[in-house]
Design a protein around this ligand. Structure first.
Ligand code: R5P
Length: 294
C-alpha cells in the first residue's frame, strides 16, 4: 500500500496547465474509431513508423500438407522471425514449432474443414476466440470465398470471428480466397475486398492485380495487404511487392515467395526494404543478392 501523499495538503503538485493534453489520432486507415485493445493489437501488426507490415504467412499446411519450402516449419521459420513484423499461422504450427519467447504478433488461422483434395470453400471455424486469446493472438483470420459454392458459409465464418472478436478487442483479417473458376482482376478483387470490409473485418488480404489495383485499395475502407501467391523469381516478387505498396497496399502477407526463395532470410529483408523504406525493386534485388552472398 502506498504511503499517504502528504504533499496533497500543500501547493506542490505540477499540473502543467499551460500544456494541453494531446488528442492523438490513429495511424491506420479506417481504424480511428476502434477501441484501445483493437488498436494496440493492430499497432503491433503494422509498424506505426512506416504504417506498413511484412507478415510471414506459413499456414499453407492446413489445406496443403507439407508445402514445398515449408516441410520443416521448425527449421525454416525461426530464422525469418527477426526480419518480419508478424507471423500468420495455425495453432498447431505455433504450439509445436514456434518458441513462446517470440516477440512478434501472431495472426491466427481459425478456419478449417477443407483441403486441396476437396472444395476449398467448404470451411467452418475450428479455433474459438477463447483459444486464440489463450495463445496470445494479435488477430484472427478466415477466408471469404466470394462467388464460390460455399460463399455464404465463408461469410458466416468471418461474421463469427468479427462478432466474437468485438467482445474481446480482437481484430479480424479477412482473406479473399480466389477459386479456380474466378478471375483475379480488379473487378472481382475490388468486390471481394469491399464485401468483407463492410462485413466488419479490420484488415484485408488479397492478391495484387496488374490493372486497377489502386482502385481495389481505394474502394476498401480498411488496410489491404497482399498475398504473394505462387513462387516467382525473387526479382519479380520484389517488383510485385513494390507495385502493391506504391499503389496503396499497407504491406504484404507473404509465404511461398519468402520461405520458398533461394535464400529466405535475405528475401525477408529485401521485402522489408521495399515495404518499409520504399526501396525500388532493382535496389532491393541487389540487397537480396548481397545478403545472399554473406
Ligand atoms: C493459404 O493457404 C494461406 O492463406 C496463405 O497464407 C496465403 O496464400 C499467403 O501465402 P502465399 O504468399 O504463399 O500466397
Amino acid at each position: 500500500m502506498p504511503d499517504a501523499d502528504k504533499s496533497s495538503q500543500v501547493d506542490s503538485k505540477n499540473y502543467a496547465v499551460d500544456i494541453p493534453m494531446k488528442t492523438s489520432g490513429f495511424f491506420l486507415k479506417g481504424s480511428s474509431h476502434l477501441n484501445w485493445g483493437m488498436k494496440n493489437r493492430l499497432a503491433r501488426i503494422f509498424n506505426p513508423e512506416s504504417g506498413r507490415t511484412v507478415m510471414l504467412a506459413f499456414d499453407h499446411g492446413y489445406i496443403m500438407g507439407p508445402t514445398t519450402g515449408l516441410e520443416r516449419i521448425d527449421l525454416v521459420v525461426p530464422p525469418l522471425i527477426p526480419h518480419v513484423n508478424c507471423l500468420m499461422c495455425t495453432r498447431g504450427a505455433l504450439r509445436s514449432c514456434i518458441s513462446p519467447e517470440v516477440d512478434k504478433p501472431i495472426v491466427m488461422r481459425c478456419s478449417t474443414g477443407a483441403t486441396v483434395l476437396k472444395d476449398l470453400s467448404n470451411e467452418v471455424i475450428g479455433v474459438t476466440l477463447e483459444e486464440a486469446l489463450a495463445l496470445n493472438a494479435a488477430a484472427v483470420t478466415a477466408q471469404a470465398c466470394i462467388g464460390a459454392e460455399f460463399e455464404k458459409e465463408s461469410l458466416i465464418n468471418l461474421s463469427y470471428l468479427i462478432n466474437e472478436g468485438a467482445r474481446v478487442g480482437m481484430p479480424v483479417l479477412g482473406v479473399t480466397a480466389v477459386g479456380k473458376e474466378m478471375v483475379r482482376d480488379a473487378r472481382y478483387l475490388g468486390l471481394a475486398c469491399r464485401v468483407i470490409a463492410e462485413l466488419g473485418v479490420h484488415f484485408v488480404k488479397t492478391y495484387y492485380c496488374e490493372s486497377g489495383f489502386e482502385e481495389v485499395v481505394a474502394g476498401c475502407p480498411v488496410p489491404v495487404v497482399i498475398a504473394g501467391g505462387k513462387k516467382l523469381p525473387e526479382s519479380e516478387a520484389l517488383v510485385m511487392a513494390y507495385k502493391a505498396v506504391d499503389q496503396g497496399a499497407l504491406g504484404v502477407d507473404m509465404g511461398r515467395n519468402i520461405f520458398g526463395a533461394d535464400d529466405p532470410v535475405a528475401m525477408a529483408q529485401a521485402v522489408g526494404a521495399v515495404v518499409h523504406k520504399n526501396e525500388k525493386p532493382k535496389n532491393a534485388f541487389e540487397l537480396y543478392n548481397d545478403l545472399k552472398k554473406k
